[in-house]
Design a protein. Sequence first.
Length: 106
Amino acid sequence: GLLKKVMNDEVYMKTELEKLKEKYSIIGDIRGKGLLWGVELVIDRETKEKAVKEAEQVMYKCLKRGLSFKVSAGNVLQLSPALTISREELQKAINILEESLSEIQY
């Protein structure tokens, strides 16, 4: 049942990350498949200027709260939890991401 679980988690992740994109203008784009997601941070959604400094700040704020991920291309938060992650753990990770984004939002 792992494939079915991951397919359900994909829908959940997309919905939750879309909510964050609507709330935080620093999120320029989200993209993903299954449980591999990229959250692109930008200074301005029109120019798509990379928010490199802000991506690093978010990463360290998340690390302090117990969420680890890597940043690719300087401004893309690469979220790739274990396929066996529980829904509660997934929600906790999204909450940590949101708390961290809220601290750097301008």
